[in-house]
Design a protein around this ligand. Sequence first.
Ligand code: FAD
Length: 552
Amino acid sequence: MSISGGIVAYADSQSETAAPAELNQNEFKKKRVVVLGTGWAGTSFLKDLDVSSYDVQLVSPRNYFAFTPLLPSVTCGTVEARSISEPVRNIIKKRNGEIQFYEAECVKIDAANNKVFCKSHFENNMIGSEDFSLEYDYLVVALGAQVNTFNTPGVMENCHFLKELEDAQKLRRSVIDCFEKASIPGLTEEERRTNLHFVVVGGGPTGVEFAAELHDFIREDLVNIYPMVKDLVKITLIQSGDHILNMFDERISTFAEQKFQRDCIDVQTGCRVVCVSDKEITMKVKSKGEVTSIPHGLVVWSTGISTRPVVKDFMEQIGQANRRVLATNEWLRVKGCENVYALGDCATIDQRKIMDDIASIFKAADKDNSGTLTVQEFQDVVDDILVRYPQLEIYLKNKHLRDVKDLLKDPEGKDIKEVDIEGFKLALSQVDSQAKSLPATAQVAAQQGAYLSRCFNRREHCKDNPEGPQRFVGGGRHSFAPFRYKHLGQFAPLGGEQAAAELPGDWVSIGRSTQWLWYSVYASKQVSWRTRVLLVSDWTRRFIFGRDSSRI
Ligand code: FAD
């Protein structure tokens, strides 16, 4: 079935008696916007979009929005899955029901013909066809990303992930399974220990938060319910880098490592997992080159994200096959497409443009054309770059700034008096290009969604003068200011009612008070009062009764 233009969609959504012909004409004039994805980027775009100006069609295999930062809390029953998910149809209802939602997966984007092909996945003999296509005037790609296994053998088959709500629910059941298996009579102590060995691969925020949650669950609840096996439990966290939470300020990463040491969570840094079987996890210790295997009861794989196949296919069509993620310009328009926008984890703003801009900032600052700047001039240039590209702040302030500073230091380690511009630019381009992209976070995705909806809302006003005279940026005229990310800080819950936060203005906060800040921020960020109330009542229930350990 093909749902083309505005007419069919209108006929689909109205009863036979409802539509006067005049209204039908108006509907026909509306531009069709197809939105792919109901995650952070997609829903934040829809939340503020002026739906009366567009015919909006939404496609996603999930008919709910999930508040992903609380997924680790679902794995141990601290909060329930339904307390952090909002039905998409509730969101649509708030927009006067003017958005059409189809629970289906987009399997192909046909950019040449302005069409997307979709497939629904209803089991139990769906009546009619599962496949359909949608035509669009504008396409908003907000498809997120998938887990990255780095093609490590056995990971797909033998590991748990923590990307979707279903993953968290499955993990919750599997943790309880491990305790029940370890309690069965007739097992040797070694077998019980293996069943209760939880391995987390990846020392980023998700892996660390899961390890901390699991530790709290075991210490506060499970040891009382399973007293016979409580001394056999072990949590191991494997990290390929030298430190956990290495994208955070050094103080946070050190605090987390010390806390985990006190909690007897075994942190193994500098290890790369080479293979995972159903019984063992094998890793290579980078410094020594030796390979070791450890038995496990459950492995959680949390090492980052990669591009979804449908996005990869689209990238091939538009000549972006050699890129890691979909490149957009600063207005979030996909490079090489007039009417396709991409936001959230599936996209990144093209870095080449940023490097060109940085070059011209340096050129302007180097008034005497000497190729060097004084340290003060250099600092002013860096401040200017950060105003334009706040995403570089994380890159310039934490791990990567240390790398850049090392490259800038004179051989005797003395304070530098002059900065060689080419050397700095080279240093910037040599350090991991991923670090210069916006971080793949809900914060970025939500801000991009809100930004794009503002542009779409103003588009009608700018119709007569589409590339209006207001701004002249990067060699082109634009009616809208480019997207600018505002970094509001980041949290790392570390368990035991302690959290760490890196807040704007170089402010680092660690401890119990930060955990309360975390509670208040996450309660306030909920998409509806319903989930806010459910969430706060889950937290209260946990404080009073502990977590529920039934395997439902
Ligand atoms: P998503 O939110 O993943 O949404 C993608 C959407 O596309 C989904 O609705 C999906 O169903 C849909 N989709 C997928 N395939 C198709 C298809 N073929 N056709 C149609 N639709 C499709 N960020 C923070 O800022 N702070 C945090 O504390 C934080 N914690 C996190 C904890 C965990 C455990 C995880 C997994 C992530 C966390 N993040 C956090 C990152 C954040 O969740 C992501 O950056 C954010 O979800 C990206 O939003 P998105 O809209 O691009 O993608």
